[in-house]
Design a protein around this ligand. Structure first.
Ligand code: 26Q
Length: 755
């Protein structure tokens, strides 16, 4: 018995049933903090530092209660007092300390690292404002600063602090920590977020997200990914990155010394996994610290560092491969720029004619991935196909030199959050049918025995219906949006990007709208839900949002079509919204242009929650199809080889597809008078022009096939029993995508931590 009532009296001098959600939240926060504070840290000679610019942890209360084994008890006590965890959790601030996939992956990994009892902490920055809050006005994306630190949080201030020497001044850090308990584990790890006491939110201009980018002492950890459209913005990002890695490296070295390292043997004590290139400056920073503060000579420092750092690549989009002008690095931290020049000389001596692997190019630009590959011991991709593309195309020059450094680690998701916390009814269903061993090994294949069990299938349908109701209530309560509770729920949620092809789904909506207008009424009403933010400087992505919102309004106002088709764009999509949307979905849209989505992890969450996937042969979709069988997904579209080849030969012209009979009227509708009545001509014209002249991410190339497959999916849904059977098969085969499996592979092949 936790006796929350006693705590209510002691803390607020009131009965639990009289407290506000915010007060109950505070009680539970304190309860969890007390428990985890009393738990020992994971131990081991070697320790992992998972360093990342993003940790998209989302709300932590349910997840922590679950991992500590307190979830059921708390839920019961709250129910007795007329409330629920879902309601109480609304009082928790959402830490949106990330953009999307890479940041959420880091959060799932922390959960799994702790659950496997491994000695490993997360290291990052404590941004005072997370990713902007998105809202819509006149069918356009607008911004509000995300003031998550206004509420009581999980952060605990530590007394750890380091000096970070920039060129012009030295700053002193403050470390905040969040305990990370594993599932049913006696020990905890930590997420360690560095900050600066002098940060000052008052420099943000009233009513905007702009601020003076030159006031480093006041702005350093103010925002995640501050606007980098000008030079000061770029410099600020370098300040941020260096601040993060210098603190991380000092922490790792200090803790290694405390465990007995003599520095020469640092690699026996420390492994640093860098999450994409954003923390790459940790390589020259280790060299700097080892040479200037620990008396190691340059050559040995480079060797030690090489044995400590491992690199994960999350993207093959060339515009996302980080590059910085050497002059900018020099302006922020001259010592680091000088070390990078030395590292570059080593590589240029070794590979004089192999320019593709040089660190500094002829224009004086520093290629961060080159540093990470040459001066780390491991590089991995995040899905099988992605790793093959890295080896054979994007990073082939490096692969030729270091084949042994390359490996694949297909991403995974934590089942604690994405099944147990987000979908308790499905969790119970699984327990009742196959017992609870899956909670340890993620093996759900025993569910296959119920493939033809009518009772089990009925039960599964009932659960999906309940989750749809919960989503419908949530959308109604938070946004006044009403969705048809009996409709098929079709969802695309992810960052807005041309390569993810939200615009292709928008084109399908235009097609379907006209079909319904022509009297071809779908058997079941359709709700298509989008969610996702566009980078503030990404014009076309914002135009795509505008197209979808305008379409949504047009359809809403069309009395012939509205009863059969609804388009919803959920504003401010984040981890908490995903927890409502994913358990309610029937259809998972994974329609990126083949070769462009490194892995995807939303795809795995949908599968685990029983949605069927419409997919291109991209990222981890390929492995989903492999696990579940092609007959249980809906694949379509050109292969990654075809696409890679088209880019290589400049062989794509959208006009070739635009001219087709079925496609032209769909695309032309973007600039029709009907849609212009809801949209802004400038935006719709710009998008139309781009799609018909450039279409760089080839939305038109797969449109015909996409329309056909979507029609098939909706038809198949009419056979509810067979649909539910295939939904069960998807759930049963999702075990491979547990992040526990991914982390076990990282540990076996890269980290080698004791267990
Ligand atoms: C680039 C240049 C300069 C500054 C920042 C960046 C930058 C920032 C964020 C580049 C990339 C990101 C984020 C990448 C990301 O989230 N990638 C996603 O990672 C997931 C986890 O591995 C994959 O599942 C997704 O496929 C991938 O898109």
């Amino acid at each position: 018995m936790l006796n929350l009532n006693e705590r209510a009296k002691a803390q607020f001098n009131q009965e639990l049933s009289e407290l506000s959600h915010a007060e109950i939240y505070k009680i539970l926060l304190d309860l969890v903090q007390e428990k985890t504070a009393a738990m020992p840290q994971n131990q081991g000679k070697r320790k992992l530092y998972y360093i990342s610019a993003e940790f998209l942890i989302g709300k932590l209360l349910s997840n922590n209660l679950l991992n500590l084994g307190l979830y059921d008890e708390v839920a019961a006590e709250l129910a007795e007092n007329g409330t629920s965890l879902a309601e109480v959790e609304e009082a928790e601030a959402e830490p949106s300390l990330g953009n999307g996939g890479l940041g959420r992956l880091a959060a799932c990994f922390l959960d799994s690292i702790a659950t496997l009892g491994l000695n490993g902490d997360g290291v990052g920055l404590n941004y005072h404002f997370g990713l902007f809050r998105q809202y819509f006005e006149n069918n356009k994306q607008s911004y509000q600063p995300d003031e998550w630190l206004d509420h009581p949080t999980w952060l605990k201030k530590s007394d750890i602090s380091y000096k970070v020497p920039f060129g012009q001044f030295t700053l002193q850090s403050t470390l905040y920590e969040i305990d990370v308990p594993g599932y049913n584990q006696p020990n905890v790890n930590k997420l360690r977020l560095f900050d600066l006491d002098t940060v000052n939110p008052e420099i943000i201009e009233e009513g905007s997200i702009n601020f003076d980018k030159t006031q480093i002492e006041e702005n350093l950890t103010l925002f995640l990914y501050p606007d980098d459209s000008d030079r000061n913005g770029n410099l600020l990002r370098i300040y941020q990155q260096y601040f993060m890695v210098s603190n991380g490296a000092q922490l790792a070295i200090q803790e290694a010394i405390e465990r007995g390292s003599n520095i020469h043997d640092l690699a026996e004590y420390v492994v640093v996994q860098i999450n994409d290139t954003h923390p790459t400056f940790i390589i020259p920073e280790f060299v700097r610290l080892l040479t200037t503060e620990h008396g190691i000579d340059f050559e040995e420092a480079v060797e030690i560092t090489r044995n400590v750092v491992a690199f994960t690549n999350h993207t093959i989009l060339s515009e996302a491969l980080e590059k910085w002008p050497l002059a900018d690095i020099h302006e922020v931290v001259p010592e680091i720029a000088e070390i990078i020049v030395q590292l570059d000389e080593i590589i240029k001596d070794q590979f004089p004619d192999n320019e593709a692997v040089h660190i500094i190019d002829e224009w004086g630009t520093v290629h961060m991935a080159s540093i990470a590959i040459h001066f780390g011991f491991s590089i991995n991709g995040v899905a099988a196909l992605h790793t093959e593309i890295l080896k054979n195309n994007e990073l082939n020059h490096f692969y030729e030199i270091y084949p042994e450094k390359f490996s694949n680690k297909t991403n995974g998701i934590t089942f604690r959050r994405w099944l147990m916390a987000a979908n308790p009814s499905l969790t119970n269903f699984i327990d009742e049918h196959i017992g609870t061993k899956w909670r340890e090994d993620a093996d759900l294949t025993d569910l296959l025995a119920f493939e033809n069990d009518d009772k089990a299938l009925d039960e599964l349908r009932r659960i999906k219906r309940e989750n749809k109701n919960a989503l419908a209530d949530h959308l109604q309560r938070t946004r006044g949006i009403n969705i048809d509770r009996h409709s098929i729920v079709d969802v695309q949620i992810k960052r807005i990007h041309e390569y993810k092809r939200q615009q292709m789904l928008a084109l399908y909506i235009i097609y379907k709208y006209h079909e319904i207008k022509a009297g071809n009424i779908p058997g079941t009403p359709i709700t298509i839900i989008f969610g996702g933010k566009a980078a503030p400087a990404y014009t076309i992505a914002k135009d795509i949002i505008h197209l979808i919102l305008s379409l949504s309004e047009l359809i809403e106002n069309d009395l012939d079509v509205a009863p059969h088709l609804k388009v919803v764009f959920v504003d401010n999509y984040n981890v908490s919204e995903a927890e409502y949307l994913i358990p309610a979905a029937n259809i998972s849209e994974q329609i990126s242009l083949a070769s462009k989505e490194a892995s995807g992890t939303g795809n795995m969450k949908f599968m685990l929650n029983g949605a069927l996937t419409i997919m291109t042969w991209d990222g981890a979709n390929v492995e989903i199809a492999e696990q579940v069988g092609e007959e249980n997904v809906y694949p379509f579209g050109k292969s990654s080889e075809e696409i890679v080849n088209l880019y290589a030969t400049d062989g794509y012209d959208p006009q070739d597809y635009y001219k087709q009979e079925r496609i032209q009227p769909i695309v032309d509708f973007i600039i029709s008078d009907e849609l212009m009545a809801y949209g802004i001509p400038e935006r719709l014209n710009r998008l139309y022009k781009d799609m018909t002249s450039k279409d760089y991410f080839m939305a038109l190339i797969d449109l015909e096939e996409f329309i056909d497959v979507k029609e098939k999916v909706y038809l198949d849904y009419e056979d509810r029993r067979d649909w539910t059977r295939r939904s069960l098969i998807n759930i049963a085969n999702a075990g491979y995508f547990s992040a526990d499996r991914t982390i076990a592979e990282y540990n076996k092949d890269i980290w080698h931590l004791d267990q």
